[in-house]
Design a protein around this ligand. Structure first.
Ligand SMILES: Cc1cc2nc3c(=O)[nH]c(=O)nc-3n(C[C@H](O)[C@H](O)[C@H](O)COP(=O)(O)OP(=O)(O)OC[C@H]3O[C@@H](n4cnc5c(N)ncnc54)[C@H](O)[C@@H]3O)c2cc1C
Length: 653
């Protein structure tokens, strides 16, 4: 709730920031609201630049981001969230990874060069992104005062985003990766039918074009140790992800035919779709990774490679089925359907492709003969979580049954590998098996050694890894240049004249349009790496963008001008306004502007309460107000990182 009573208006920046929920929920603060509305108005290039400016993996995220913005979207409380991720894909597919005139990947122009709001009141692009502000700072302040060499271990989204920002700040960066290719889980884990490989290639190229050197087939712990890196480099960023699949700890887990999720996906992603799992596959687990595993297993023996002829591949797939390729994939899941960790959308796609989900079963042992698994014995699960909401399955005795199969793939989570840590490294390992670190700078307990991404926080989303890379870059820059990063937040309110309300607020039909999923490839054509999601066409993208409630637009109340006529309350179509005596306001600690006593109770005064989650920004309250005590104002916030000289000492260069 916000409040404006008599002569009271104390803008609370955090409150207004949180009101633009999509942007606030995004770890890199991408202004979803701004690009979605730009799309609704046909301003595609502007939308593209807004979507790209905070995120060097914008194209990738357009295809597969876990989209915390959508989970936070206010429209979700009315019917369904805006399809923000698919709209990001729409503009990124249209313009591609930012390419220079001769076609080489490069970075979009710096923020001030392209931020020109086409509508003076929709200040569109609302953030000085923390990463790009580093670029601005380095250009204008020459902050890199000495030549520094930084080693990054791990070329996933965390390592590459860190390399991106450090390169923009002028540092000399070398990235080491144990795999033969860069990209981390984007390439080794996420299946190609969900994320095109040429897109990953382009995004990586555009980062490497800024200067970092990439060295593949170089493993920390095998080819070099942390001590070697600390000797040869000024700082180290460890972003090696989580590659050890959790085990079930049951009898039979080491039989032939029992695979671990990550090993299986790496095998398929690097080796093609030619593994032989037999006809019946059981996947143990019900998370998003398990869905990827199950859907990938269902495609085995149907290798349609990117760029190949789909018709020919379909014929091959039909023949493969006749000859005995995988025919049945079932998932055994402990939780109830409603408790499954996988997104409902991922489960639905798996089921569409013929995968069967069996809930309320827990593996007791893997049964086999002659050293090879032929089934999983389970017990029924009465409930997966206890009264305190902890995962604590209650098994029903004497409910054993065996699910026969040719292969089992265990997909119940991943952890990091830290065997390379030596006592002399000075790294503290937490009881959770992650590296202890400062959450602001991401520096570990060893000076000059930073860590981020999944290895530091456990498996999360791509966009969290990108944010960690950006944060680590700031931490490393500050450490090496003896400066201190300071996050400066600013909020800007701009009054909208009445005649402009209809141009700035939600579009006319916004409540009539319902959320649409992007179209998908027909199920019978989903083989091998054929892309499943097809993307919005232009008309649908505009309509879907037009569903946005424009949370950056707010009614602002001026108590000085209010004559208590209640007209705004009467006219409000969603009943989200309420004029109440101050004494009824819960908490009661209101400060009244101009009242030096700061007396916290002013029973004689009134307060206007607004429920921003229900407000549809129609502007009727402001239009109705006879005294202009209610105005519509747009809000934008900026977050900028400034690097200040560290006067408290610290590391000297
Ligand atoms: C199957 C699967 C599907 C997923 N799908 C999605 C999705 O749709 N949307 C989403 O938002 N997130 C998804 N995620 C999560 C997302 O991929 C990760 O959170 C993200 O990639 C983590 O980034 P990172 O840079 O920390 O680690 P990674 O991406 O894992 O990169 C780590 C890099 O370090 C390298 N490395 C490992 N050990 C060493 C070593 N000892 N020496 C040198 N290099 C090493 C690896 O080869 C790798 O390149 C998925 C994850 C999986 C497993």
């Amino acid at each position: 709730m916000t409040q404006a009573g008599y002569r009271v208006f104390i803008p609370d920046l955090t409150f207004y920031q949180q009101t633009v929920a999509c942007q606030f929920a995004c770890p890199v603060r991408t202004d979803g609201r701004a690009y979605v509305t730009a799309i609704s108005r046909g301003e595609y290039e502007r939308a593209y630049l807004i979507a790209r400016e905070t995120n060097p993996f914008a194209s990738t995220c357009g295809w597969v981001c876990g989209a915390p913005c959508e989970a936070a979207c206010r429209r979700g409380k009315i019917d369904a969230p805006i399809a923000i991720r698919a709209l990001k894909r729409f503009v990124n597919d249209r313009y591609g990874v930012y390419l220079g005139e001769s076609g080489e990947p490069r970075q979009p122009p710096a923020w001030p060069a392209y931020v020109g709001p086409t509508n003076a009141f929709d200040l569109g692009n609302t953030t000085f992104p923390t990463s790009r502000s580093g670029l601005v700072a380095s250009r204008h302040s020459s902050l890199v005062t000495r030549h520094t060499r930084i080693a990054i271990v791990g070329a996933g989204p965390a390592g590459l985003s860190c390399a991106h920002d450090l390169a923009l700040l002028g540092h000399d960066v070398t990235i080491f990766d144990s795999a033969p290719v860069a990209g981390g889980m984007l390439r080794l884990g996420v299946p190609e039918y969900r994320l095109p490989r040429e897109l990953i290639d382009l995004e990586i190229q555009s980062i490497l074009a800024l200067g970092p050197t990439l060295k593949v087939n170089q493993a920390l712990g095998r080819d070099f140790g942390l001590a070697d890196l600390r000797r040869d480099f000024d700082a180290v960023f460890i972003a090696i992800g989580t590659y050890r699949s959790r085990g079930l700890n049951v009898e039979g887990e080491h039989l032939d035919g029992v695979l671990r999720a990550v090993d299986f996906l790496i095998n398929v992603n690097l080796g093609g779709y030619n593994l032989d799992l037999g006809k019946r596959v059981l996947v143990v687990g019900g998370g998003n990774v398990a869905m990827d595993v199950a859907r990938t297993a269902a495609r085995l023996g149907h290798p349609a490679q990117s760029g190949g002829d789909l018709e020919v591949a379909l014929d091959v797939a039909r023949a493969a089925r006749r000859l005995g390729a995988t025919q049945e994939v079932r998932c055994l899941v402990v939780e109830d359907r409603s408790e499954m960790l996988a997104d409902p959308f991922e489960v639905a796609e798996a089921e569409e492709e013929g995968i069967t989900i069996h809930n309320h079963v827990a593996p007791k042992r893997i049964v086999g003969a002659g050293g090879r698994a032929f089934g999983v014995e389970t017990l029924d699960v009465a409930r997966a979580f206890d009264e305190r909401g902890r995962f604590n399955p209650q098994l029903t005795p004497n409910t054993e049954r065996v699910w026969e199969c040719d292969s089992v793939i265990v997909s119940i989570g991943q952890t990091g590998e830290l065997e390379w840590v030596k006592p002399d490294d000075g790294l503290e390992v937490t009881p959770r098996g992650t590296l202890a670190l400062d959450r602001e700078t991401l520096m570990t307990t060893a000076p000059g050694v930073f860590a981020g991404g999944d290895i530091a926080f456990g498996p999360r989303l791509i966009i969290n890894a990108v944010a960690d890379g950006q944060r680590a870059a700031r931490g490393i820059h500050a450490y090496l240049q003896n400066v201190r990063p300071r996050l400066v937040r600013k909020g800007f309110f701009t009054a909208v004249p009445k005649r402009e309300y209809s141009n700035v607020g939600p579009l006319r039909d916004y409540l009539r349009w319902s959320r649409r999923q992007p179209p998908a490839l027909p199920v019978e054509r989903r083989i091998g790496v054929a892309r499943v999601e097809l993307g919005f066409d232009q008309a649908t993208a505009r309509e879907q963008g037009g569903r946005c409630l424009i949370c950056s637009l707010n009614p602002i109340f001026d108590g000085d001008l209010c004559i208590l006529c209640n007209g705004c309350v009467d006219v409000c179509p969603t009943d989200c306004l309420k004029l109440v005596p101050m004494s009824e306001v819960a908490g009661g600690a209101w400060r009244v502007t101009g009242d030096s006593s700061h007396d916290t109770r002013h029973a004689a005064h009134s307060a206007m309460l607004l429920d921003p989650t229900r407000c549809i920004r129609c502007g009727l309250c402001a239009a109705r107000c006879p005294t202009e005590a209610v105005r519509m104002e747009t809000f934008r916030f900026t977050e900028e990182v400034l690097f200040e000289k560290n006067l408290e000492g610290g590391r000297t260069a």
